[in-house]
Design a protein. Structure first.
Length: 55
C-alpha cells in the first residue's frame, strides 16, 4: 500500500511540475502528449533545467 501512495504522490508532483513548465498547453497532437507524459515521469529533470519538449 505504501508504494501505491508513493507512486501517486510522485505522479501528482509530476503533473504539478509539468503544468508549471507549460507541458500541458495545447495538447491536441501526439508530440505534446508525449512531452507531457515525459514531463510527468521525468519531473526531477525539469527541476534541473532539462527541456523535455518533443519536437
Amino acid at each position: 500500500m505504501r508504494s501505491g501512495i508513493g507512486s501517486l504522490i510522485y505522479v501528482i508532483i509530476g503533473v504539478l511540475v509539468g503544468a508549471a513548465h507549460h507541458y500541458f498547453n495545447n495538447i491536441n497532437t501526439l508530440k505534446p502528449v508525449i512531452s507531457a507524459l515525459l514531463a510527468i515521469v521525468l519531473w526531477p529533470l525539469l527541476l534541473l533545467g532539462v527541456d523535455l519538449h518533443v519536437r
